[in-house]
Write a protein that binds this ligand. Sequence first.
Ligand code: MGD
Ligand code: MGD
Ligand code: MO
Length: 643
Amino acid sequence: PSARSVAEQCDLPVADVETFYQWFAQTPRTVTGFSQGINQASAGTDKCNSIINCHLATGRVGLPGAGPFSLTGQPNAMGGREVGGLANTLAAHMDYDSPGARTSVARFWGTDRIPEVPGLKAVELFEAVHRGEIKVLWIMGTNPAVSLPESAHVREALARCPMVIVSDCMAETDTTAYADILLPAAGWGEKDGTVTNSERCISRQRAFLPLPGEVKPDWWIMANVARELGYGKAFDYRKPADIFREHAALSGIAVQASGSRRQFDIDCLKTLSDFDYEQLQPVQWPVSLAPDGRITGTSRLFDQGGFATPDGRARLVPIHTVNAGQQPSSAQPLVVNAGRIRDQWHTMTRTALAPRLLAHRQEPFIEVHPNDAEALTLAEGELGRLTGRNGGEYVGRIRVTSDQRPGEVFVPIHWNSQFASKGTATDLMMAVTDPVSGQPEGKHGVARLQPVPSRWHARVMRRPASGWQPELASPAGYWARQPLSHSESWWLAGNQPVDWELEADAWLGGAAQVVMGDVACGRFRAARIVDGQLQAVLLVAPSASELPDLAWLDQCFEAECLSPEQRQCLLAARAVDGENTGALVCSCFQVGENQIAKAIQAGDDSVEALGQALKCGTNCGSCIPELRGLLSNCSAPEAAEVS
Ligand SMILES: Nc1nc2c(c(=O)[nH]1)N[C@H]1C(S)=C(S)[C@@H](COP(=O)(O)OP(=O)(O)OC[C@H]3O[C@@H](n4cnc5c(=O)[nH]c(N)nc54)[C@H](O)[C@@H]3O)O[C@H]1N2
Ligand SMILES: Nc1nc2c(c(=O)[nH]1)N[C@H]1C(S)=C(S)[C@@H](COP(=O)(O)OP(=O)(O)OC[C@H]3O[C@@H](n4cnc5c(=O)[nH]c(N)nc54)[C@H](O)[C@@H]3O)O[C@H]1N2
Ligand SMILES: [Mo]
């Protein structure tokens, strides 16, 4: 493709594309960092290879400051690959198509039952479950009911499967809901072992918390199930060091099988004593033993060539240009891009437990370009509904932002049925996969966007673990749950009229003691107080933006006995001392959007100035991009209104 056609397809000025090519050509020290925008595509393998090809063609591999750099996301993704945690690989980075690999692994483990062909990859696996070809499924450390495309189909498969076993460190997830057997697994801080990072560095990980309740580490659970099934001899591990030594020895077998040097070689660690395993320092593979017995790693690979091919020379892989499998149409005119936000991890099973992290983005949202928002008569803070090709729906709060490309919307991958009525992004994604890697096209769905008409907006707050479900009380069209420090809260909205005076008690879990209503204006507030202690609050308003900030209301749940002043404020729905700080931007110092906007209007015109005034961005720094965004939005006079 010419610079012109690239510019056209990427929506960039031709001059910028040309400059980029010149810079790449003229700069020997070039690193190309890439992540899921590249991998999660129906042509993901080709996209990765095209980047690697550019680096190979220019000799920019393995040199200081130069190389293709796949930013793998999972903290122990490399470790997973080393031990064969993919259906299409054997252990120790051996593939099914490496000659002799399968037989050596079989000999090593003393078995003749290693499958002859690669297993099913995630998307294919759930299709097979759905067809009834798989009767027993053991899911460990992943939440596929949320993270795989066409999640409704995945959930249907889970419901049909005769036996679903789930090992998880959390009891209630969208996947554990389908478990016939639920096994309590230790989380990372509770277990002992090794992890390997992207730069091949193996590090010891030591438990710093005791095992709670009946919890066991995953390896222990597997070894014990194997023993009960009669494979005790093969799974005779007493501790992680036993498994590590076997893993190291297997890497040595792989070296012999291939007949040449392999990169993943930690064979010399197979005789590590328990004591040395405990003391093991971080080390990068391939690993060797110095004559004095010291363990030495390899900090750099491929600087002298020596690639993992029979002649040691790298291969350029020819690639094809393939467009995304899901293309917009008149029925689904928008492209749906999905990704992460700063303060949540994946399906939120752990990060949503920290109220501070949910203070940044409190609900599922949809980012829309101002032009699209205008055309669809959608305004900031309203609710929007995305409908995908299969009829899957996603409802979220509209965020209007010129950071978003016109014709596309962005949704976070994090929310799911534990936290929202319809907030699962993968409901919008079809299971279109890359033919080589099997990766689904997780960043490119198509959908129609419509406003969600809502006559009323409400927030309900209850004491934690009250067992309340919005469905119990409400005809709500929308809900999103947000755990707070002293209470649990729900955002709700609906279009059916509700007689609040009549129904408040059902929402509050008992008779309301304090009520304030202005029914004609659609405003209603009620609280339930037992022995002076706040039990539940219901706040209703005609628009979500009128609902008050919750931080101070949450404080009221902490009080043993509400003060008369607090009771009054409950009705007025305002804090004792007033200020609504807005959505949390800086988690470290608890600085909100409204405070930042105020400081910008008062003349703090840089990230540094804001840091001096409010401390925001001066600790971990992860809110700095957002501070920059606020700076550029707030300085534009018409946008200042919005913020
Ligand atoms: N806070 C937080 N951090 C995380 C995680 C988390 O859940 N939360 N998860 C970790 C994990 S496992 C992973 S894999 C990484 C993921 O890290 P990233 O891949 O960096 O994160 P994403 O937000 O998924 O997507 C990245 C970007 O890809 C862009 N994109 C979409 N389509 C295309 C395309 O066709 N081409 C290009 N060039 N770009 C495109 C999107 O606009 C988006 O901005 O993050 C890791 N870090
Ligand atoms: N549309 C779309 N889909 C995507 C993505 C996207 O960008 N767009 N990103 C994809 C990517 S890159 C990733 S990595 C996946 C993530 O998807 P998942 O891996 O499904 O998401 P997690 O929330 O990390 O799920 C981990 C589960 O394991 C549990 N767990 C944590 N520690 C342990 C442990 O030690 N043992 C056991 N047994 N359980 C444990 C957690 O509680 C949680 O339930 O999502 C993918 N899906
Ligand atoms: Mo990932």
